[in-house]
Design a protein around this ligand. Structure first.
Ligand code: HCA
Ligand code: CU
Length: 337
């Protein structure tokens, strides 16, 4: 299986999460954690929004952390120029073309006009020497004909990567797979990224389905932060891809530290029950489970927690639990190694 690249969008999509703010200093700290975690590209902000936003993007660019920096732009020359001014390596141009976009997002624009905007924005970005990712917003509710027309314009104008956005989290894995396969078949020469919202709780499953169907980039964010219910979770995605032999995990401790950093700086609780980085991701309580884990650490684990710098833990069995009759105190699992 080929390896899969991750673009982390915590510093763009994640900042759109309700209750989350990350200023320039916090963004730098998160970006350092992302670089340490081995992400392949860091997506930061929307420089045309304000001078402060441009400076936040520039701060991450100037830190020179290793992964290229991509910043977001609507399909306008002004937005694209702001990305270049901020010093980013790549621009992520996004514009949908479906009926909902023409009614609600860019009212009254005819599809030909939207295609012309895509063309002009991508050409301007190439003139400015930027790498270009072009995203069809709400691709999941866009017809195949509209989708191909939009991507075709972007490709002809010089786009370097295409992105399929399930902006409302509407799709399920089998449908993601068939849509991704169709885009791959139409544009085999360009890498394809997917950006998948979690409104149905399927963002991670959809990412794996997309990868199986030929997507080579996945957009994700730490703790899955993003609009509404967020997007594919970076740490869970990395662990899953490593499990499938499609990525190498960063050094033990890196991902839990990254999640803790983002939770602290974003001012949100560290989710205790989240896969991979949650406090309880490897905590066993039932007597049967604890004893089995002491005999075989894999008995109740899908991956060795040590790979993440974590250990199996036990939590006290609740005395009032109907499932257990007054269990004796439990010994911790035997140390491994
Ligand atoms: C949005 C836009 C976006 C863009 C994704 C991208 C989406 O905030 O609505 O540019 O790749 O989900 O479509 O996040
Ligand atoms: Cu999004």
């Amino acid at each position: 299986m080929g390896s899969v690249a991750i673009i982390d969008a915590t510093l763009r999509e994640g900042r759109q999460a309700p209750e989350v703010t990350l200023d320039a200093a916090a963004s730098l700290e998160v970006a350092r954690g992302l670089a340490a975690s081995g992400v392949d590209m860091i997506e930061v902000g929307h420089p045309s929004a304000s001078p402060a936003e441009r400076e936040r993007v520039r701060a991450v660019v100037d830190a020179g952390l290793g992964p290229p920096v991509l910043a977001h732009a609507r399909a306008t020359a002004r937005d694209v120029e702001a990305v270049a001014d901020a010093g980013a390596d790549w621009v992520g141009v996004f514009l949908g073309v479906n009926e909902t976009t023409r009614r609600a997002r860019v009212p009254a624009a005819a599809i030909e006009e939207l295609l012309a905007r895509i063309d002009a924005a991508v050409r301007r970005a190439k003139e400015l020497g930027l790498g270009v990712r072009y995203t069809v917003e709400d691709a999941s509710r866009t017809t195949d004909a509209e989708l191909v027309a939009a991507y075709r314009r972007a490709v002809d104008a010089g786009a370097d990567r295409l992105c399929f956005a399930d902006s409302v989290g509407a799709l399920e894995p089998s449908v993601v797979a068939s849509r991704v396969a169709a885009v791959r078949a139409a544009f085999p020469a360009l890498p394809l990224e997917v950006h998948l919202h979690n409104d149905r709780g399927l963002a991670l499953a959809n990412a794996l389905a997309a990868v199986d169907a030929g997507a080579s980039w996945v957009s994700a964010s730490v703790l899955g932060l993003g609009e509404r219910c967020g997007i594919t979770d970076t740490c869970a995605l990395m662990a899953n891809l490593a499990h499938r032999g499609q990525r190498v995990l960063p050094p033990p401790g890196t991902l839990p530290a990254l999640a803790a950093t983002v939770a602290r700086l974003a001012g949100i609780p560290h989710p205790r029950r989240a896969p991979v980085i949650g406090l309880h991701a490897f905590t066993h309580t039932a007597r049967l489970h604890v004893l089995a884990v002491a005999r075989d650490p894999n008995a109740y684990a899908w991956m060795p927690p040590e790979a993440l710098g974590r250990v199996h833990a036990t939590a006290p069995i609740r005395e009032d639990s109907a499932e257990h009759d007054a269990p004796p105190p439990l010994a911790p699992p035997a140390p491994r190694g």
